[in-house]
Design a binder for this molecule. Structure first.
Ligand SMILES: NC(=O)C1=CN([C@@H]2O[C@H](COP(=O)(O)OP(=O)(O)OC[C@H]3O[C@@H](n4cnc5c(N)ncnc54)[C@H](O)[C@@H]3O)[C@@H](O)[C@H]2O)C=CC1
Ligand SMILES: O=C(O)[C@@H]1CCC=N1
Length: 275
């Protein structure tokens, strides 16, 4: 089994490193390409046996499963470049939301899945959102999800809910980190606690909260209830949050979905444009 990666920017390299660290693949099983060679050669230098190649076609020719880790606007160009080499027996995994399964199935004969990863997969955690194409048989779905289970919790979602699922699972780490950063900045500013100590406390708190919400048997409402001691200080803080953050997530979701609609239209245009 050989895995190919086209695009080794932020997410492509995270997936490669996570697959290697989890033991899902040995470096010898990985072949990768990137438009800028230095972004893939460092992986070959770090993981002995990993093959960095100059052409996307070479990745396809050598692989059983091909991960397309490029940005939506780059898909059509890459698909046109590789389509003659793609075989019906191969798996092609796309990691971007606005390029639809129908776009990929229309141009490639392979078994197609859309799998939206998350930066959390770097520490073998978080979800991968799975949307399988029509050519994926039950055993194919099982195979790909077993592979993803090395680095994540694979979760099947409907393509129509890709954006909101990805907002939570894939953009969520950045949103949460932004919240934590604001909390730390305010702690330093208001009280003079050192940034290092506040950051350490906030990070441990985030890890513990994540555990409570996953394996700890808590949901967000019961968790708040248990911490909000009647007449205590948490209630004071929650009161401020409920007042000042009111409507913020609705606005956030409308903003990501607005951008997504634009990206969908651009992808549709790229994939329906006659050559
Ligand atoms: N960064 C994240 O947390 C997540 C990203 N994604 C998706 O992953 C995709 C990639 O995102 P990032 O890795 O963050 O972007 P990035 O910009 O870091 O990586 C894209 C890579 O593709 C390479 N590339 C561009 N054109 C190419 C071509 N013709 N042939 C070969 N390589 C080419 C670029 O040089 C770059 O290294 C996007 O579609 C994004 O929506 C999905 C979930 C999470
Ligand atoms: O910001 C982005 O477009 C990507 C999609 C999910 C996370 N990052």
């Amino acid at each position: 089994m050989k895995a190919g990666f086209i695009g080794t920017g932020s997410m492509g390299s995270i997936l490669i490193e996570a697959f290697i660290h989890s033991g899902a693949f040995n470096p010898e099983q990985i072949v990768a390409s990137n438009r800028t060679m230095s972004k893939v050669s460092w992986l070959a230098e770090t993981y002995s046996g990993l093959q960095a190649v100059h052409s996307n076609r070479e990745v396809v020719q050598q692989s059983d499963v091909i991960f397309l880790c490029i940005k939506p606007g780059e898909y059509k160009k890459v698909i046109d470049e590789i389509k003659e080499d793609v075989l019906p027996s191969q798996y092609v995994v796309s990691i971007t939301s606005p390029v639809l399964i129908k776009h990929l199935e229309g141009l490639l004969p392979a078994k197609i899945s859309k799998v939206i990863p998350s930066i959390t997969n770097y520490v073998l955690s978080g979800a991968t959102l799975c949307i399988h194409g029509n050519r994926m048989q039950p055993e194919d779905k099982e195979w790909i999800e077993n592979l993803l289970a090395h680095v994540s919790s694979p979760i099947r979602v409907s393509e129509s809910y890709t954006r909101i699922s990805s907002d939570i699972s894939s953009c969520g780490p950045a949103f949460l980190a932004n919240f934590i950063q604001s909390f730390i900045d305010a702690a330093v500013e208001v009280t003079g606690i050192s940034r290092e100590e506040a950051t350490m406390l906030a990070s441990e708190m985030t890890l513990g909260t994540g555990k409570l919400l996953t394996t700890g048997g808590f949901d967000p409402i019961t968790l708040q209830k248990r911490v909000r001691v009647p007449g205590g200080v948490t209630a004071e803080g929650l009161r401020i949050m409920e007042r000042d953050l009111s409507g913020m997530f609705e606005r956030l979701i409308r903003a990501t979905h607005g951008k997504f609609e634009e990206d969908l239209e651009k992808a549709e245009l790229l994939f329906t444009l006659k050559q």
